[in-house]
Design a protein around this ligand. Structure first.
Ligand SMILES: C[S@@+](CC[C@H](N)C(=O)[O-])C[C@H]1O[C@@H](n2cnc3c(N)ncnc32)[C@H](O)[C@@H]1O
Length: 249
């Protein structure tokens, strides 16, 4: 009898932002394959499981995807509960579809457990809604990053078409990102925000303008999501002294 593979979203980092289902499956797991971005306190919830790190961190060594696929299938032939633990949500920039397709081709049962994606965690940390009545009615999740055998990313078209943009895996090329958006027609004064390590103990948030993006992300060591759009204008306005009077009233 083969086991079942659960593609589980670990959320952005804080263990208490796991879903109840994710926590239950971790406790039941016989073996867990986890990405580098998943913090140790979450992996440790799989108390009785064998734990296998399979890399997957931007710009660093990672296990080849086809090797991960095969290891998942092999594990399902010898273990009942196999958890594939991915940062955030498995279905957002997580290469989950390749794992799902391979496991199905091997007649192995697979189930996805959603998690909180980085853009939503960052929005909560910033206290700023991605959508806002009269300001933002559309949101795009984009990444300029493409794999070795992929065609070019069409992230810029998507970013220009949406009111609010969440840019993943882009901090290391912030100057290029800002220049591309400005060249495509966004004002350098467009409000932006960033969150580094959202929900983790070392979380850092900052806000400014698109022209300031390279300065805002400089020196970042944790994962960063970049948020662009008019909804972030209010973050700058909260620093205007006149608003203090409103609080006091
Ligand atoms: C390979 S993608 C995985 C995204 C993940 N599946 C999700 O739904 O959040 C990794 C990127 O997600 C973003 N990210 C993940 N965790 C984050 C966090 N705690 N804070 C900010 N950005 C994060 C960063 O842009 C990072 O480069």
């Amino acid at each position: 009898m083969t086991g079942k593979v659960y593609l589980v979203g670990a959320g952005p980092g804080a263990p208490d932002l796991l879903t109840v289902r994710a926590a239950r499956l971790l406790a039941e797991a016989d073996i867990v394959f986890h990405d580098a971005l998943v913090p140790e306190p979450i992996v440790a919830l799989a108390a009785r499981a064998e734990k296998v790190a399979v890399g997957k961190r931007c710009g660093r060594h990672s296990t080849a995807q086809r090797f991960i696929n095969k290891r998942l299938a092999d594990a399902a032939r010898t273990h009942k509960v196999v958890v594939r633990l991915k940062g955030g949500d498995p279905l957002v920039f997580g290469r989950a579809q390749e794992e799902i397709a391979y496991l199905r081709s091997q007649d192995i049962r697979v189930e996805v457990v959603p998690g909180i994606t980085a853009a939503l965690a960052a929005s909560a940390s910033l206290g700023t809604s991605l959508t806002q009545r009269g300001i933002a009615r559309s949101v795009a999740f984009v990444t300029p990053r493409v794999g070795a055998e992929e065609g070019p990313s069409r992230w810029l078209e998507a970013a220009m078409a949406a009111d609010t943009v969440a840019i993943y895996m882009a901090a290391h090329e912030a100057p290029t990102i800002a220049a591309a958006l400005i060249a495509a027609g966004k004002s350098a004064a467009t409000p932006i925000a960033i969150a580094e390590g959202a929900t983790l103990p070392a979380e850092r948030t900052a806000h400014g303008t698109l022209g300031e993006l390279p300065d805002l992300v400089r020196g970042a060591t944790g994962p960063v999501v970049i948020l662009v759009g008019e909804v972030y204008r209010a973050l700058a306005e909260t620093l205007v002294p006149a608003k203090v009077g409103i609080q006091a009233a």
